[in-house]
Design a protein around this ligand. Structure first.
Ligand code: IMP
Ligand code: MG
Length: 190
């Protein structure tokens, strides 16, 4: 029987993924004073690393969404900046079905930005239900549930420095803290 969780991306691999995405953003928007928009809360950790890898001035903003019903989302907390005539990069932790992104792109496009592009740390194309334009991807992953580096299960594990695959989701459903001693501090006791 496999262990309940396993390391998928360590900090060195994450650094390389951040560099690849930041290089793409820089090439395209380095002289265009973009607004970098993070989707709360999952994108926060990736966004913090991404924006510090950008060698030019930009503005940051955030929005949060809430899901209601199957695959339906709405904006819970909106941007504070006006993005009309601005170049916007929407930053996601992971694109899965694409439903969240498709809704966000429609909503933000209606505000007439000069451009609107998506940067995501992870992409899981196997589960896509709607086609969404993802411009920059750190890493493509298989159809397995992940936690860490911003990504959560029931609000937990976002502060892990690495990305871990959850092999035993049912253990987490029974107890959301079940993996705590496996994944924090690389499995070492504190
Ligand atoms: P989508 O609308 O199905 O593309 O869902 C995207 C959102 O679902 C992401 O921004 C995450 O917040 C969440 N999500 C999808 N897959 C995972 C995962 O494996 N772990 C944690 N969160 C996930
Ligand atoms: Mg998210």
């Amino acid at each position: 029987m496999s262990s309940p969780s396993e390391l998928l991306l360590d900090t060195a691999q994450l650094t390389r993924a951040v560099s690849a995405v930041s290089a793409g953003v820089t090439r395209q928007l380095g002289e265009r004073d973009p607004v970098i928009v993070g989707v709360l809360k999952g994108a926060v950790v990736f966004m913090a690393d991404l924006v510090r890898a950008l060698p030019f001035s930009c503005q940051l903003d955030f929005l949060s969404i809430s899901a209601f019903g199957r695959g339906r989302v709405r904006i819970e907390s909106d941007l504070s900046l006006d993005i009309e005539a601005r170049h916007v990069v929407l930053v996601e932790d992971i694109v899965d079905t694409g439903l969240t992104l498709s809704y966000l792109l429609r909503t933000l496009e209606a505000r007439n930005p000069s451009s609107l592009s998506v940067a995501t740390l992870l992409d899981r194309p196997a589960r896509r239900l709607v086609e969404v334009p993802v411009k920059w991807t750190g890493v493509d992953i298989d159809d397995r549930f992940v936690i860490g580096y911003g990504m959560d299960f029931e609000g937990r594990y976002r502060n892990l420095r690495e990305v871990w695959v959850v092999n035993d989701l049912s253990a987490l459903v029974d107890d959301p803290d079940a993996l705590e001693s496996d994944v924090f501090m690389g499995g070492k006791a504190w």
